[in-house]
Ligand binder design. Sequence first.
Ligand code: GDP
Ligand code: MG
Length: 163
Amino acid sequence: PLPTLAIVGRPNVGKSTLFNRLVGKKLALVDDRPGVTRDRREGDAHLIGLDFRVIDTAGFENEDPQSLPGRMRAQTEAAVREADVALFLIDGRAGLVPLDEEIARWLRAEDTPVVVAVNKAEGRAGEQGALEALALGFGDPIQISAEHGEGLADLFEALLPWL
Ligand code: GDP
Ligand code: MG
């Protein structure tokens, strides 16, 4: 069986855009409005020399924003637990927000290795976000642009030990 990557993060950071790029098909629904990925989607991904299974999660969407346990959706938890590595996506333009910190706390308590990627980092737009994401303690954040296909070699290198 192929190793598995789970993409996690708050709504609108670009999880489905990255999923689509890795899978190479328009399998995941991408929308400006949060909450449009209604359930978890899986596909066979290819990234440079790596072939793996990728899961696009949406466990932090479509929930009462006041209810943290409500956001910890069972499917997202299960995806991270079965994954060989979790890719924690941050929006480099928005910077860290409280929900990112909450997701980070949850991921720290899980056994799955975590790689942090700062998305929407085309140009220099992700540098501040990368500094903030470094403080999460998951190691050096990768700066990527899922939409423009930038930073994929760095992403490959960061995922290589786990996939
Ligand atoms: P999700 O909710 O985390 O699955 O996020 P989506 O993939 O649906 O993307 C949310 C929005 O961010 C969409 O408008 C995307 O076009 C936009 N987006 C995704 N990746 C990038 C990127 O690398 N750069 C920029 N500037 N926008 C992006
Ligand atoms: Mg989505």
